[in-house]
Design a protein around this ligand. Structure first.
Ligand code: SF4
Ligand code: SF4
Length: 85
């Protein structure tokens, strides 16, 4: 399998974690394909907005539904997303 070419895109949504609700279960971290979620077990996690592509995988993994998507309109640095350039 070939490595995807870097792609410049406009992110239309990014994920945010409700820190008051986050139980630090760590389930969102391994499912994020961009490694955009930081956090240690049993501590509040956070999303690095500049890395998040809004794919929503983390929402499905969260057992307490404390991750939400928010509109955004910033242009990202080139990143490998596996989509055609
Ligand atoms: S929406 Fe996708 S890229 Fe953004 S933090 Fe969640 S899993 Fe990672
Ligand atoms: S899956 Fe949800 S509760 Fe668990 S660490 Fe991630 S944001 Fe927090």
């Amino acid at each position: 399998m070939s490595t995807p070419a870097p792609t410049l895109l406009t992110r239309w949504q990014t994920a945010r974690i409700g820190e008051a609700q986050c139980i630090g279960c760590f389930r969102c971290v391994p499912v994020c394909p961009e490694a955009a979620i930081l956090g240690a077990a049993r501590h509040t996690h956070t999303v690095i907005q500049s890395l998040c592509t809004g794919c929503a995988h983390c929402l499905e993994a969260c057992p307490v539904d404390c991750i939400t998507l928010h509109p955004t309109a910033h242009l990202c640095a080139p990143v490998a997303l596996g989509v055609p350039a």
